[in-house]
Design a protein around this ligand. Structure first.
Ligand SMILES: CC(C)(COP(=O)(O)OP(=O)(O)OC[C@H]1O[C@@H](n2cnc3c(N)ncnc32)[C@H](O)[C@@H]1OP(=O)(O)O)[C@@H](O)C(=O)NCCC(=O)NCCS
Length: 138
């Protein structure tokens, strides 16, 4: 099976985690931190709302945004070997349809200002900038 997705009730959660992790592990250290800021590690957490995998190439996960299960926080990664081939667009087209079916009303995509690819990709897939996060190192 080259491509699959699952919704809340699926039994594929644990198997698909390994597939997502394999893709996540193709990212650079900096990219891992952009995707998963707390330690740069993709965890197999029960809060996952939705996952779509294109095996060995790309995946998207949706998690509740600040406990809101109707707002999907996007984690998306494309194996560097398969970038700039529109895989992000392909994942998002499917995810937007599926997410609606499970009651998700909005997607949130967060990216570092240094991550040009992430920023461009979000904008070209219809995301609009709404708020800015600022940091102060202590
Ligand atoms: C961000 C990411 C998912 C984009 O993947 P992708 O499938 O290569 O992107 P696409 O082919 O759909 O490209 C979408 C657009 O962004 C542009 N783009 C992608 N990477 C780019 C880069 N590094 N620099 C400039 N533009 C870039 C493409 O040219 C395209 O522009 P267009 O729509 O105007 O033609 C991929 O770079 C990635 O996995 N990055 C690391 C993880 C990450 O940052 N995830 C996002 C936050 S969770």
């Amino acid at each position: 099976m080259k491509q699959y997705s699952f919704l809340l009730e699926s039994i594929d959660r644990d198997n698909s985690y390994q597939d997502a992790l394999d893709i996540f592990n193709t990212l650079s250290k900096e990219e891992k931190w952009d995707v998963c800021p707390r330690g740069g590690i993709l965890k197999n957490v029960p809060s996952l709302l939705y996952r779509h995998v294109i095996k060995n190439k790309a995946f998207i996960d949706l998690y509740p945004f600040e406990d809101h299960k109707d707002i999907g926080f996007v984690i998306i990664a494309v194996n560097p070997k398969f970038r700039n081939h529109g895989l992000t667009r392909e994942l998002l087209v499917q995810t937007k349809k599926d997410a609606k079916k499970i009651g998700i009303k909005k997607l949130i995509w967060k990216c570092s200002t240094k991550n040009v690819g992430s920023h461009r990709s979000a904008l070209s897939n219809g995301f609009k900038e709404t708020f800015v996060t600022m940091e102060f190192d202590l």
